[in-house]
Write a protein that binds this ligand. Structure first.
Ligand SMILES: *[C@@H]1O[C@H](CO)[C@@H](O)[C@H](O)[C@H]1NC(C)=O
Length: 432
Protein backbone atom coordinates (compact mmCIF):
# COMPACT_ATOMS: atom_id res chain seq x y z
CA UNK A 1 0.00 0.00 0.00
CA UNK A 2 2.90 2.28 0.59
CA UNK A 3 4.61 1.37 -2.67
CA UNK A 4 2.72 3.83 -4.72
CA UNK A 5 3.53 6.68 -2.53
CA UNK A 6 7.22 5.78 -2.32
CA UNK A 7 7.69 5.64 -6.04
CA UNK A 8 5.31 8.04 -7.62
CA UNK A 9 4.43 7.53 -11.25
CA UNK A 10 6.86 9.22 -13.61
CA UNK A 11 4.34 11.74 -14.74
CA UNK A 12 3.82 13.03 -11.30
CA UNK A 13 7.56 13.14 -10.64
CA UNK A 14 8.14 15.18 -13.76
CA UNK A 15 5.38 17.42 -12.74
CA UNK A 16 6.99 17.89 -9.35
CA UNK A 17 10.32 18.61 -10.95
CA UNK A 18 8.79 21.24 -13.22
CA UNK A 19 7.10 22.75 -10.24
CA UNK A 20 10.49 23.01 -8.59
CA UNK A 21 12.39 24.22 -11.64
CA UNK A 22 9.98 26.97 -12.66
CA UNK A 23 10.35 28.89 -9.41
CA UNK A 24 14.13 28.40 -9.56
CA UNK A 25 14.27 29.80 -13.07
CA UNK A 26 11.97 32.62 -12.01
CA UNK A 27 14.10 33.47 -9.01
CA UNK A 28 17.23 33.25 -11.17
CA UNK A 29 15.83 35.74 -13.67
CA UNK A 30 14.60 37.96 -10.93
CA UNK A 31 18.05 38.00 -9.35
CA UNK A 32 19.71 38.43 -12.73
CA UNK A 33 17.53 41.35 -13.73
CA UNK A 34 17.88 42.87 -10.30
CA UNK A 35 21.68 42.67 -10.35
CA UNK A 36 21.70 43.87 -13.96
CA UNK A 37 19.60 46.86 -13.10
CA UNK A 38 21.92 47.42 -10.18
CA UNK A 39 24.94 47.31 -12.45
CA UNK A 40 23.26 49.41 -15.08
CA UNK A 41 22.15 52.00 -12.60
CA UNK A 42 25.18 54.12 -13.26
CA UNK A 43 24.69 53.80 -17.00
CA UNK A 44 21.09 54.96 -17.05
CA UNK A 45 21.09 57.16 -13.98
CA UNK A 46 23.84 59.71 -14.16
CA UNK A 47 25.42 60.23 -10.74
CA UNK A 48 23.50 63.44 -10.25
CA UNK A 49 20.11 61.81 -10.87
CA UNK A 50 20.94 58.97 -8.53
CA UNK A 51 21.95 61.43 -5.84
CA UNK A 52 18.68 63.27 -6.36
CA UNK A 53 16.66 60.10 -6.00
CA UNK A 54 18.55 59.19 -2.83
CA UNK A 55 17.94 62.68 -1.46
CA UNK A 56 14.23 62.43 -2.23
CA UNK A 57 13.93 59.07 -0.47
CA UNK A 58 15.82 60.34 2.57
CA UNK A 59 13.59 63.40 2.67
CA UNK A 60 10.43 61.29 2.37
CA UNK A 61 11.57 59.06 5.22
CA UNK A 62 12.02 62.19 7.30
CA UNK A 63 8.63 63.78 6.61
CA UNK A 64 6.38 60.71 6.18
CA UNK A 65 6.03 59.24 9.64
CA UNK A 66 5.07 55.57 10.06
CA UNK A 67 1.26 55.45 10.20
CA UNK A 68 -0.83 53.18 12.36
CA UNK A 69 -3.58 53.36 9.73
CA UNK A 70 -3.83 54.72 6.19
CA UNK A 71 -6.98 56.05 4.55
CA UNK A 72 -7.29 56.27 0.78
CA UNK A 73 -9.04 59.39 -0.50
CA UNK A 74 -11.13 59.20 -3.70
CA UNK A 75 -8.64 61.57 -5.37
CA UNK A 76 -5.76 59.15 -4.78
CA UNK A 77 -4.30 60.92 -1.75
CA UNK A 78 -3.15 58.74 1.09
CA UNK A 79 -3.97 60.04 4.54
CA UNK A 80 -1.72 58.56 7.21
CA UNK A 81 -2.90 58.43 10.82
CA UNK A 82 0.32 59.24 12.70
CA UNK A 83 0.74 59.10 16.47
CA UNK A 84 0.37 62.70 17.58
CA UNK A 85 3.76 63.06 19.23
CA UNK A 86 5.49 61.47 16.23
CA UNK A 87 4.35 64.14 13.73
CA UNK A 88 7.07 66.16 11.94
CA UNK A 89 6.92 69.07 14.42
CA UNK A 90 8.55 66.91 17.08
CA UNK A 91 11.70 66.55 14.97
CA UNK A 92 12.40 70.18 15.82
CA UNK A 93 15.36 70.42 18.21
CA UNK A 94 13.29 72.58 20.56
CA UNK A 95 10.37 70.13 20.58
CA UNK A 96 12.19 66.78 20.67
CA UNK A 97 10.66 64.40 23.19
CA UNK A 98 7.76 66.74 23.93
CA UNK A 99 4.01 66.30 23.49
CA UNK A 100 1.43 68.77 22.22
CA UNK A 101 -0.13 71.15 24.73
CA UNK A 102 -3.40 69.80 26.02
CA UNK A 103 -4.66 73.08 27.36
CA UNK A 104 -6.91 74.78 24.78
CA UNK A 105 -6.32 78.52 24.43
CA UNK A 106 -9.13 80.88 25.47
CA UNK A 107 -11.22 81.70 22.40
CA UNK A 108 -11.44 85.36 21.50
CA UNK A 109 -14.86 86.80 22.30
CA UNK A 110 -16.95 89.43 20.56
CA UNK A 111 -17.54 92.26 23.03
CA UNK A 112 -20.95 92.87 21.47
CA UNK A 113 -21.81 89.21 22.06
CA UNK A 114 -23.21 89.08 18.55
CA UNK A 115 -23.19 85.98 16.40
CA UNK A 116 -23.11 86.21 12.66
CA UNK A 117 -26.01 84.63 10.86
CA UNK A 118 -25.13 82.06 8.26
CA UNK A 119 -27.03 83.65 5.42
CA UNK A 120 -25.74 83.79 1.87
CA UNK A 121 -22.91 81.33 1.52
CA UNK A 122 -23.06 78.05 3.37
CA UNK A 123 -20.37 77.63 5.98
CA UNK A 124 -19.12 74.06 5.88
CA UNK A 125 -18.34 72.30 9.12
CA UNK A 126 -15.01 70.65 9.73
CA UNK A 127 -16.58 67.20 9.29
CA UNK A 128 -17.98 67.98 5.86
CA UNK A 129 -15.37 69.84 3.87
CA UNK A 130 -12.73 67.24 3.14
CA UNK A 131 -12.87 64.81 0.26
CA UNK A 132 -10.95 62.04 2.08
CA UNK A 133 -13.67 61.78 4.72
CA UNK A 134 -16.14 60.52 2.11
CA UNK A 135 -14.75 57.05 2.71
CA UNK A 136 -16.36 57.18 6.14
CA UNK A 137 -13.01 56.30 7.71
CA UNK A 138 -11.36 58.39 10.38
CA UNK A 139 -8.15 58.59 12.36
CA UNK A 140 -8.29 57.20 15.90
CA UNK A 141 -7.83 59.44 18.96
CA UNK A 142 -4.16 60.01 19.75
CA UNK A 143 -3.25 60.26 16.06
CA UNK A 144 -3.35 63.05 13.48
CA UNK A 145 -4.28 62.65 9.80
CA UNK A 146 -1.37 63.68 7.56
CA UNK A 147 -1.42 63.75 3.75
CA UNK A 148 1.40 61.46 2.62
CA UNK A 149 4.03 63.08 0.39
CA UNK A 150 5.01 60.97 -2.61
CA UNK A 151 8.12 60.79 -4.79
CA UNK A 152 6.06 62.31 -7.58
CA UNK A 153 5.17 65.30 -5.38
CA UNK A 154 8.84 66.04 -4.83
CA UNK A 155 9.89 65.35 -8.42
CA UNK A 156 7.49 68.08 -9.55
CA UNK A 157 9.31 70.65 -7.43
CA UNK A 158 12.39 72.29 -8.90
CA UNK A 159 14.53 70.79 -6.11
CA UNK A 160 14.12 68.72 -2.97
CA UNK A 161 15.22 71.75 -1.00
CA UNK A 162 12.56 74.01 -2.47
CA UNK A 163 9.80 71.42 -2.02
CA UNK A 164 7.09 72.80 0.24
CA UNK A 165 8.68 76.22 0.41
CA UNK A 166 7.81 79.49 -1.30
CA UNK A 167 11.03 80.79 -2.76
CA UNK A 168 10.22 84.42 -3.21
CA UNK A 169 10.71 87.76 -1.63
CA UNK A 170 7.85 89.36 -3.53
CA UNK A 171 5.22 87.43 -1.70
CA UNK A 172 3.52 90.21 0.17
CA UNK A 173 1.89 93.05 -1.74
CA UNK A 174 4.59 95.08 -3.43
CA UNK A 175 4.28 96.27 -6.97
CA UNK A 176 7.22 95.27 -9.13
CA UNK A 177 8.23 98.14 -11.36
CA UNK A 178 8.82 96.77 -14.82
CA UNK A 179 7.32 93.35 -15.30
CA UNK A 180 4.09 91.69 -14.30
CA UNK A 181 5.71 88.32 -13.74
CA UNK A 182 5.73 87.19 -10.15
CA UNK A 183 3.15 87.24 -7.41
CA UNK A 184 -0.02 89.30 -7.87
CA UNK A 185 -2.59 90.12 -5.22
CA UNK A 186 -6.05 91.45 -4.58
CA UNK A 187 -6.30 91.95 -0.84
CA UNK A 188 -7.92 93.76 2.04
CA UNK A 189 -5.57 94.71 4.87
CA UNK A 190 -5.31 96.51 8.18
CA UNK A 191 -2.16 98.07 9.51
CA UNK A 192 -1.13 101.27 11.21
CA UNK A 193 1.42 103.01 13.36
CA UNK A 194 1.31 101.73 16.90
CA UNK A 195 -1.39 99.27 15.91
CA UNK A 196 -0.90 95.71 17.05
CA UNK A 197 -2.92 92.65 16.16
CA UNK A 198 -3.30 89.30 17.88
CA UNK A 199 -5.22 87.41 15.26
CA UNK A 200 -7.64 87.43 12.34
CA UNK A 201 -10.82 85.63 11.34
CA UNK A 202 -12.83 85.36 8.11
CA UNK A 203 -15.11 83.09 6.14
CA UNK A 204 -13.53 82.36 2.79
CA UNK A 205 -15.58 81.36 -0.26
CA UNK A 206 -14.08 78.20 -1.82
CA UNK A 207 -13.71 77.81 -5.59
CA UNK A 208 -11.56 75.76 -7.93
CA UNK A 209 -9.90 78.43 -10.08
CA UNK A 210 -8.02 77.40 -13.20
CA UNK A 211 -4.24 77.44 -12.83
CA UNK A 212 -2.84 77.73 -16.35
CA UNK A 213 0.80 76.68 -15.79
CA UNK A 214 2.14 73.89 -13.60
CA UNK A 215 4.53 76.24 -11.76
CA UNK A 216 1.82 78.77 -10.87
CA UNK A 217 -0.72 78.74 -8.04
CA UNK A 218 -3.90 80.51 -7.01
CA UNK A 219 -4.72 80.93 -3.35
CA UNK A 220 -7.12 82.69 -1.02
CA UNK A 221 -6.03 83.16 2.56
CA UNK A 222 -5.53 85.12 5.74
CA UNK A 223 -2.07 86.53 6.47
CA UNK A 224 -0.87 87.48 9.93
CA UNK A 225 2.31 89.49 9.47
CA UNK A 226 5.04 91.14 11.51
CA UNK A 227 8.49 92.55 10.92
CA UNK A 228 9.79 94.64 8.07
CA UNK A 229 9.60 93.64 4.46
CA UNK A 230 13.29 92.76 4.61
CA UNK A 231 14.82 89.50 5.79
CA UNK A 232 13.03 89.35 9.11
CA UNK A 233 9.45 89.17 7.86
CA UNK A 234 7.34 86.80 9.96
CA UNK A 235 4.09 85.44 8.56
CA UNK A 236 1.42 82.89 9.39
CA UNK A 237 -0.91 82.03 6.52
CA UNK A 238 -3.95 79.79 6.21
CA UNK A 239 -6.63 79.29 3.58
CA UNK A 240 -7.15 77.30 0.41
CA UNK A 241 -4.84 76.95 -2.57
CA UNK A 242 -4.72 75.33 -6.00
CA UNK A 243 -1.12 74.31 -6.70
CA UNK A 244 -0.42 71.68 -9.37
CA UNK A 245 3.24 71.72 -8.39
CA UNK A 246 2.64 70.98 -4.73
CA UNK A 247 -0.25 68.51 -5.07
CA UNK A 248 -0.29 67.29 -8.68
CA UNK A 249 -3.86 68.39 -9.45
CA UNK A 250 -6.21 71.38 -9.70
CA UNK A 251 -8.28 70.88 -6.54
CA UNK A 252 -8.46 73.59 -3.89
CA UNK A 253 -6.78 72.36 -0.73
CA UNK A 254 -6.88 73.51 2.86
CA UNK A 255 -3.36 74.71 3.67
CA UNK A 256 -1.17 76.54 6.16
CA UNK A 257 2.16 78.30 5.81
CA UNK A 258 4.66 80.03 8.06
CA UNK A 259 8.03 81.76 7.78
CA UNK A 260 10.17 83.75 10.17
CA UNK A 261 12.73 85.03 7.66
CA UNK A 262 10.82 86.29 4.61
CA UNK A 263 10.47 82.89 2.92
CA UNK A 264 14.19 82.13 2.91
CA UNK A 265 15.40 79.34 5.21
CA UNK A 266 12.56 78.81 7.66
CA UNK A 267 8.99 77.75 7.23
CA UNK A 268 6.95 75.70 4.81
CA UNK A 269 3.49 74.65 3.76
CA UNK A 270 1.39 72.36 5.93
CA UNK A 271 3.40 69.81 7.91
CA UNK A 272 6.18 69.63 5.31
CA UNK A 273 8.78 70.79 7.83
CA UNK A 274 8.85 70.77 11.59
CA UNK A 275 6.98 73.72 13.05
CA UNK A 276 3.19 73.52 13.12
CA UNK A 277 1.85 71.15 15.79
CA UNK A 278 -1.40 69.53 14.78
CA UNK A 279 -3.77 68.57 17.56
CA UNK A 280 -6.88 67.64 15.56
CA UNK A 281 -7.54 64.03 14.52
CA UNK A 282 -10.26 64.90 12.04
CA UNK A 283 -8.73 67.53 9.72
CA UNK A 284 -5.95 66.78 7.22
CA UNK A 285 -3.97 69.85 6.16
CA UNK A 286 -3.15 69.78 2.44
CA UNK A 287 -6.20 67.62 1.64
CA UNK A 288 -8.72 68.53 -1.06
CA UNK A 289 -11.78 70.58 -0.12
CA UNK A 290 -15.16 69.40 -1.32
CA UNK A 291 -17.75 70.77 -2.06
CA UNK A 292 -16.56 73.85 -3.95
CA UNK A 293 -18.72 76.73 -5.18
CA UNK A 294 -20.14 77.01 -8.68
CA UNK A 295 -21.05 80.00 -10.84
CA UNK A 296 -24.66 81.03 -10.12
CA UNK A 297 -24.87 77.84 -8.05
CA UNK A 298 -24.17 76.67 -4.50
CA UNK A 299 -21.75 78.79 -2.46
CA UNK A 300 -19.55 77.25 0.19
CA UNK A 301 -17.13 78.89 2.56
CA UNK A 302 -14.68 77.87 5.26
CA UNK A 303 -14.26 79.93 8.38
CA UNK A 304 -10.72 80.27 9.75
CA UNK A 305 -9.35 81.98 12.83
CA UNK A 306 -5.65 82.46 13.59
CA UNK A 307 -4.92 83.97 16.99
CA UNK A 308 -2.41 84.17 19.77
CA UNK A 309 -2.96 82.35 23.04
CA UNK A 310 -2.55 85.24 25.51
CA UNK A 311 -1.06 82.92 28.12
CA UNK A 312 1.59 80.98 26.18
CA UNK A 313 2.07 83.19 23.12
CA UNK A 314 1.48 80.32 20.67
CA UNK A 315 -0.49 81.03 17.51
CA UNK A 316 -3.52 78.74 17.12
CA UNK A 317 -5.61 77.83 14.10
CA UNK A 318 -9.33 77.16 14.44
CA UNK A 319 -11.60 75.82 11.71
CA UNK A 320 -15.31 76.70 11.61
CA UNK A 321 -16.87 77.22 14.98
CA UNK A 322 -14.58 75.66 17.50
CA UNK A 323 -12.46 72.94 15.83
CA UNK A 324 -8.87 73.58 16.90
CA UNK A 325 -6.51 72.40 14.17
CA UNK A 326 -3.25 73.00 16.04
CA UNK A 327 -0.70 75.70 16.77
CA UNK A 328 2.59 77.32 15.79
CA UNK A 329 4.82 77.50 18.88
CA UNK A 330 5.82 81.05 19.70
CA UNK A 331 9.57 80.25 19.54
CA UNK A 332 9.37 79.66 15.76
CA UNK A 333 9.10 83.41 15.30
CA UNK A 334 10.90 86.60 16.14
CA UNK A 335 8.47 89.53 15.80
CA UNK A 336 5.36 87.36 15.95
CA UNK A 337 6.40 86.37 19.47
CA UNK A 338 4.86 89.64 20.64
CA UNK A 339 2.20 90.68 18.12
CA UNK A 340 1.35 91.16 14.46
CA UNK A 341 1.75 94.54 12.77
CA UNK A 342 -0.51 93.75 9.83
CA UNK A 343 -3.38 91.48 8.92
CA UNK A 344 -4.21 90.75 5.32
CA UNK A 345 -7.06 88.83 3.62
CA UNK A 346 -7.48 87.94 -0.04
CA UNK A 347 -6.13 86.29 -3.14
CA UNK A 348 -2.70 85.73 -4.61
CA UNK A 349 -1.60 84.14 -7.87
CA UNK A 350 1.72 83.59 -9.60
CA UNK A 351 2.18 84.81 -13.15
CA UNK A 352 5.07 82.92 -14.73
CA UNK A 353 4.24 83.91 -18.27
CA UNK A 354 6.67 86.61 -19.50
CA UNK A 355 5.00 87.60 -22.80
CA UNK A 356 1.26 87.47 -22.38
CA UNK A 357 -0.34 87.53 -18.93
CA UNK A 358 -1.21 84.14 -17.49
CA UNK A 359 -4.80 82.90 -17.74
CA UNK A 360 -4.58 81.64 -14.16
CA UNK A 361 -7.73 82.69 -12.32
CA UNK A 362 -8.05 84.21 -8.88
CA UNK A 363 -11.08 83.44 -6.69
CA UNK A 364 -13.86 82.31 -9.04
CA UNK A 365 -12.12 83.74 -12.11
CA UNK A 366 -14.66 86.60 -12.19
CA UNK A 367 -14.21 90.26 -11.28
CA UNK A 368 -15.52 91.66 -8.02
CA UNK A 369 -18.38 93.69 -9.53
CA UNK A 370 -20.24 90.54 -10.55
CA UNK A 371 -21.11 90.01 -6.87
CA UNK A 372 -22.65 87.07 -5.06
CA UNK A 373 -22.52 83.56 -6.56
CA UNK A 374 -20.33 84.86 -9.38
CA UNK A 375 -17.33 86.54 -7.79
CA UNK A 376 -15.52 84.98 -4.82
CA UNK A 377 -15.90 86.61 -1.40
CA UNK A 378 -14.44 86.93 2.09
CA UNK A 379 -17.09 87.76 4.70
CA UNK A 380 -17.22 88.57 8.41
CA UNK A 381 -13.66 89.90 8.48
CA UNK A 382 -12.52 90.37 12.05
CA UNK A 383 -9.30 90.95 13.93
CA UNK A 384 -8.25 89.95 17.43
CA UNK A 385 -7.31 92.78 19.78
CA UNK A 386 -4.77 92.94 22.62
CA UNK A 387 -7.43 91.81 25.12
CA UNK A 388 -8.41 88.74 23.09
CA UNK A 389 -11.57 90.32 21.72
CA UNK A 390 -12.83 89.73 18.22
CA UNK A 391 -13.65 93.05 16.58
CA UNK A 392 -14.33 94.37 13.07
CA UNK A 393 -11.21 95.82 11.39
CA UNK A 394 -11.45 99.55 11.98
CA UNK A 395 -9.74 100.73 8.84
CA UNK A 396 -9.86 98.07 6.16
CA UNK A 397 -8.08 99.11 2.99
CA UNK A 398 -8.13 97.24 -0.29
CA UNK A 399 -5.47 96.90 -2.92
CA UNK A 400 -5.10 95.07 -6.22
CA UNK A 401 -1.65 95.23 -7.81
CA UNK A 402 -3.01 94.60 -11.33
CA UNK A 403 -6.69 95.59 -11.22
CA UNK A 404 -7.17 94.88 -14.92
CA UNK A 405 -6.28 91.25 -14.22
CA UNK A 406 -7.72 90.76 -10.70
CA UNK A 407 -9.62 93.30 -8.62
CA UNK A 408 -11.36 93.80 -5.27
CA UNK A 409 -14.36 95.72 -3.86
CA UNK A 410 -15.15 95.93 -0.18
CA UNK A 411 -18.42 96.58 1.60
CA UNK A 412 -20.27 96.35 4.88
CA UNK A 413 -23.69 95.07 5.84
CA UNK A 414 -25.26 93.76 9.02
CA UNK A 415 -25.18 90.11 7.98
CA UNK A 416 -21.74 89.83 6.43
CA UNK A 417 -20.07 92.55 8.52
CA UNK A 418 -16.93 93.66 6.70
CA UNK A 419 -16.66 91.74 3.46
CA UNK A 420 -15.22 91.99 -0.03
CA UNK A 421 -15.53 90.43 -3.44
CA UNK A 422 -12.24 89.82 -5.26
CA UNK A 423 -10.63 87.93 -8.12
CA UNK A 424 -10.55 87.86 -11.88
CA UNK A 425 -9.69 85.86 -14.96
CA UNK A 426 -6.08 86.96 -15.44
CA UNK A 427 -5.51 87.33 -19.19
CA UNK A 428 -8.29 89.29 -20.90
CA UNK A 429 -8.59 92.29 -23.26
CA UNK A 430 -7.46 94.74 -20.60
CA UNK A 431 -4.79 92.43 -19.20
CA UNK A 432 -3.10 91.15 -22.34
C1 LIG B 1 4.84 94.43 19.07
O1 LIG B 1 5.93 93.72 18.53
C2 LIG B 1 7.08 94.50 18.28
C3 LIG B 1 8.12 93.56 17.69
O2 LIG B 1 7.85 93.29 16.39
C4 LIG B 1 7.59 95.13 19.55
O3 LIG B 1 8.68 95.98 19.27
C5 LIG B 1 6.47 95.94 20.19
O4 LIG B 1 6.89 96.43 21.43
C6 LIG B 1 5.25 95.05 20.40
N1 LIG B 1 4.17 95.84 20.96
C7 LIG B 1 3.45 95.45 21.97
C8 LIG B 1 2.37 96.36 22.41
O5 LIG B 1 3.61 94.35 22.50
Amino acid sequence: MSKISHSPPRGRWRCGLTALIIPIIFVYFLLASWSASGRDTNKFWPGEELEKLKMIRTHLRKINKPPIKTIKSPDGDLIDCVITHQQPAFDHPQLKGQRPLLEAPPSPVRPSGRRYEKRGGVGVSHEDFQLWKRSGESCPKGTVPIRRTTEKDILRASSTRSFGRKMTSKHIVRRSESSTTGHQHAVGYVTGREQYFYGAKASINVWAPRVANPDEFSLSQIWVISGSFGDDLNTIEAGWQVSPELYGDNSPRFFTYWTSDAYQATGCYNLLCSGFIQTNNDIAIGAAISPTSSYEGGQFDISLLVWMDPKHGNWWLEFGDGALVGYWPSFLFTHLQSNASMVQFGGEIVNSSPDTHTATQMGSGHFADEGFAKASYFRNLEIVDFDNSLVPPSNLQVLADYPDCYDIQSGYNSVWGNYFYYGGPGRNEKCP
